[in-house]
Design a protein around this ligand. Structure first.
Ligand SMILES: Cc1ncc(C[n+]2csc(CCOP(=O)(O)OP(=O)(O)O)c2C)c(N)n1
Length: 647
């Protein structure tokens, strides 16, 4: 017999299955998730944890009329499988395949896109308020993990529920994990509810009650009111959520499909906002993921039998994250005030190494980037030297805190901007391509980007000697394979490194795009041009002397960066040239003014959008040609009142 999963083309098909068949469907979905993600990688643990929940949601509600708003939305794979994306699912997070998050333009069933945590409750509340205003009757269901309750936006929304709507369903998917173990008082509060003696008793009553009835949908529906009574009996008081205007039910076993269906049906009938607290296991159904929820939160391809990822190729350089964390651990020995702060990303940033080596120097503040930055500012006022290790994309959240709390007060905070550049599999929510633009305009900010992992260590060491806000951006993944010096260097602020002199073209690169810049220079040189190669190191202060020198000597400058062109390093070079009244043309290579989609690899996107040496060479040649044509043109006379500049 074929799979039930293959019969599900729309959520309506889920409604045709009996409870037993739904349980078989759950198993088939788990098998599909494990098989596909063992090849593509992805958010395996979170999705294995919401299989029954997603089935129950589609069984009870009418998507897309009813709206499911997923927090972060990394757990929407099951939803994708049930909403017409089964056939392309084997390409999830790959070029041309479905995105790993909810994405409005991908399906009408994805009513709100996300990738950053903490937005679901606000968005759902907005939808509920709009529905009330428009006097329509759809249900709005927010599905948020326990770690969403470490996020500020979620609290802002909680505070606003009573004033915004009379009807909203919030599902709190409590698996006790963020990516790492969840942290903070709210997580302890949820644990207390779960440990409450009345929970076990209520749970037993419910199981016993449901056990007396056959497990088939229509029959369950006939006994609806009795079930409702039983569900109410499950309620363990939670004063906190009640104070926020949410009728609380739970905790409910989030892997018991029958119970979930009943609880959702109950929630659907309420005329007040409700919070359904469900307990799930991250990784449910795959032993290796249950054993190691952190690794399988978001994993690369793996072997199903062993759970292991393919071994790294011999000689693969250490990744930037590990080099960063090792340096911080090392520097802690010589600077007693140095501390590391993460916003729930100890594994992603590798700051977990600091937690292991020096737990008293390590702070995980939850998914709370704004708080992380202001917390760092507070520590800095006490003479501490906080390093905020935050992904470039997540630091966007804390923009005002950077300006208002750190820079304005000139506090000594080091920003380690991880994942600068592309995060191909994740896509537009995770690409770190805006940070130069948003940080460069902040007065007092120093901006640096290393060409390799050794220079990253130099930059961190340099940052430690500096007073005031200082940012270092570096990409995800393996370094360039250079040895790391025993003693890091202190780099002169605002000084570029001229790697080779040249008089026709100057290739100036910012950050870990050094290979591309070297290739560009080599090809141009092979064609007989004299090419300067410059590692910018700093975007702010930018090296005016070097730009002036090469702007005057060379016919064309070429800038290369892993950032959007608008407001990026190339723009900074153009501004500098303009300030100096030099009109040497600049071939700028970077990302266009678009949201860049997800893909199988960064290389796929670089090829598609032309962020490579080929583009750099072509742009340089075009400008050289224009410059030579310019020279043979008759002289232009200056018009009075116009702002034309002489060469
Ligand atoms: C603003 C922001 N910071 C950090 C992250 C990285 N991140 C992705 S999922 C996640 C944990 C989510 O935990 P939870 O909400 O409990 O869902 P679960 O994965 O446990 O189902 C984190 C920290 C993010 N997506 N957004």
């Amino acid at each position: 017999m074929g799979r039930y999963l293959d019969m599900i083309n729309t959520p309506a098909d889920v409604k045709l299955l009996t409870l037993d068949q739904l349980q078989t469907l759950a198993q088939e979905i788990r098998d599909e998730l494990i098989t596909v993600l063992s090849k593509t990688g992805g958010h395996l643990g979170p999705n294995l944890g919401v299989v029954e929940l997603t089935i129950a949601l589609h069984r009870v509600f009418e998507s897309p009329k009813d709206r499911f708003v997923w927090d972060v939305s990394h757990q929407v794979y099951v939803h994708k499988l049930l909403t017409g994306r089964r056939e392309s699912f084997h390409k999830i997070r790959q070029s041309g395949g479905p995105m790993g998050f909810a994405y409005r333009s991908e399906s009408p069933h994805d009513c709100f896109g996300a990738g950053h945590a903490g937005t679901a409750l606000s968005a759902a509340l907005g939808m509920a308020a709009a529905r009330d205003h428009a006097k329509t009757d759809e249900h709005v269901v927010c599905i948020a993990g326990d770690a969403a309750l470490t996020n500020g936006i979620t609290y802002e929304a909680l505070n606003n529920i009573k004033n915004s709507t009379k009807r909203l369903i919030v599902i709190l998917n409590d698996n006790e994990w963020s990516i790492a173990k969840n942290v903070g008082a709210m997580s302890e509060y949820l644990n207390r509810i779960v440990r409450h003696p009345s929970y076990a008793a209520a749970h037993k009553r419910m199981e016993h009650f449901l056990g007396r009835f056959p497990r088939v949908g229509p029959e369950l529906a006939q006994i609806g009111h009795k079930v409702e009574e039983a569900v109410k009996g499950m309620i363990v008081p939670s004063l906190l959520f009640e104070e926020f205007g949410l009728r609380y039910i739970g905790p409910v076993d989030g892997h018991n499909t029958a119970l979930l269906i009943d609880a959702l049906q109950w929630a659907k009938r309420q005329d007040v906002p409700v919070l359904l607290h469900i307990l799930t296991k991250k990784g449910k159904g795959y032993e290796k993921a249950l054993e190691d929820p952190q690794t399988f939160h978001g994993c690369g391809p793996f072997d199903i039998a062993t759970g292991k990822s393919p071994a790294k190729k011999e000689g693969t350089p250490p990744n930037y994250q590990d080099v960063f964390a090792d340096a911080i651990v090392r520097f802690c020995d010589v600077n007693s005030k140095l501390v590391g702060i993460t916003a729930a990303m100890p594994s992603g940033t590798s700051l977990g190494k600091l937690q292991e080596a020096k737990p008293d120097r390590y702070f995980d503040v939850g998914i709370a980037e704004e708080h992380a930055v202001v917390f760092a500012a507070g520590m800095a006022t006490m003479g501490y030297r906080p390093v905020c290790a935050i992904y470039s994309t997540f630091l966007q959240r804390a923009y005002d805190c950077i300006i208002h709390d750190v820079a304005l007060q000139n506090l000594d905070v080091i920003f380690a901007m991880d994942r600068a550049g592309l995060s191909a599999n994740d896509g537009p929510t995770h690409h770190g391509v805006f940070d130069i633009a948003y940080a460069r305009c902040v007065p007092r900010a120093i901006l640096m980007a290393p060409k390799d992992e050794d220079e990253l260590v130099d930059m961190l060491w340099t940052a430690l000697q500096h007073h005031g806000p200082i940012f270092v951006r570096y990409p995800r993944g393996a370094g360039e394979g250079v040895p790391i010096k025993e003693r890091p260097a202190i780099l002169p602020l605002g000084k570029a490194e001229v790697l080779q002199h040249g008089t026709d073209v100057a290739v100036i690169f910012y950050g870990a795009v050094s290979k591309m810049a070297h290739e560009t220079a080599a090809v141009l040189q092979a064609e007989g041009l004299s090419v300067a190669l410059i590692n910018a190191r700093f975007c702010k202060p930018i090296d005016r002397d070097v730009i002036e020198k090469y702007g005057r000597i060379c016919k064309v400058l070429c800038t290369i960066e892993d950032h959007v062109l608008m407001g990026g390093f190339g723009s900074a070079v153009l501004e500098t040239l303009d300030d100096l009244r030099i009109d040497t043309p600049v071939a700028r290579v970077g990302w266009p003014d678009n949201f860049i989609e997800h893909a199988s690899s960064n290389k796929d996107l670089q090829d598609k959008y032309g962020l490579n040496s080929k583009t750099a060479i072509a742009k340089v040649k075009d400008l050289l040609l224009e410059a030579s044509e310019e020279r043979v043109k008759p002289p232009q006379f200056r018009v009075l009142g116009a702002t034309a500049r002489t060469a």
